[in-house]
Design a protein around this ligand. Structure first.
Ligand SMILES: [Zn+2]
Length: 259
């Protein structure tokens, strides 16, 4: 008999927001006159044997500089669910935008898992310094990441990879050159934390991405791939939808259980 695949729970951990954005920014080229609220999140994936974190959020110095509304350090939000950030051994970085990758110093004992393609673009490619990329980048956070190269605390992945039994990392480019989504075996079936592959659920429903585009053709292929992999569309979670805070069981302040 085959050993059964472990089952995990996924928690959305809101660490900043709400922010008001033009809809056209979040849902490319639509509703120029309307606005929408979004939040900033990291995610916790909890299994019987191992708990890991997806994305690192923003550390206090950058949050303060940017005046991030509703900011609480991810370390403090995680503590509300009994997680000590310094106990976390694995952090999957979905992509190297400031709101997902600035806070790596918050997890001093973690190994970070990033797609090599993503790392090489943001850390090494001069193109990443051009305005459309730089606007979402955080050079200090990137420098912290660069320092980890060659150490056991940084694992650069070449495409799809099994992280743990029941957990797979999928190369899912489009929003950024090497974004990765996290496929999670849950009690409802296969769920995916797609991070900013979509900002809101509606991006997936209508197959319109956000306006932050590195490669639109790759992005549409990624949508097909993620949709074919997930057990149902409601288990495909976006990066910034306010619904993740408001429409799921609340565990404690700013933390909800998605599945
Ligand atoms: Zn984001």
């Amino acid at each position: 008999m085959l050993p059964s695949i472990p089952i995990y729970e996924i928690y959305a951990v809101k660490y900043a927001g709400p922010f008001i954005r033009p809809v056209a920014k979040v849902l490319w080229n639509t509703d120029w006159e309307k606005e929408i609220k979004i939040n900033y999140y990291i995610w916790v994936v909890k299994g019987n044997d191992e708990t890991f974190v997806i994305d690192s959020g923003v550390a206090p110095p950058l949050a303060q500089e940017m005046g991030l509304q509703g900011y609480v350090s991810p370390v403090h939000v995680l503590a509300r669910m009994g997680i000590d950030a310094s106990d976390i051994k694995k952090v999957v970085i979905t992509h190297i935008h400031f709101d997902h990758a600035n806070g790596i110093e918050l997890f001093p004992n973690a190994t970070f898992y990033i797609q090599e393609k993503e790392f090489n673009f943001w850390i090494k490619d001069p193109l990443a310094k051009k305005p459309p990329f730089l606007i979402l980048s955080d050079l200090r956070g990137n420098a912290n990441l660069a320092k980890l190269e060659g150490t056991e605390r940084l694992v650069l992945l070449k495409g799809d990879q099994v992280l743990l039994p029941g957990i797979e990392l999928l190369l899912a480019p489009g929003h950024t050159p090497g974004l990765q989504a996290v496929v999670v075996n849950t009690m409802k079936g296969t769920a995916i934390v797609g991070s900013d592959c979509a900002h809101i659920f509606k991006n997936y429903e209508e197959e319109i991405p956000s306006c932050f585009i590195a490669d639109m053709v790759a992005w549409m292929k990624t949508y097909d791939q993620l949709k074919s992999k997930v057990s149902s569309l409601d288990l495909l979670f976006p990066g910034h939808d306010i619904k993740m805070s408001t429409q799921y069981p609340k565990v404690t302040e700013d933390i909800t259980r998605l599945v």
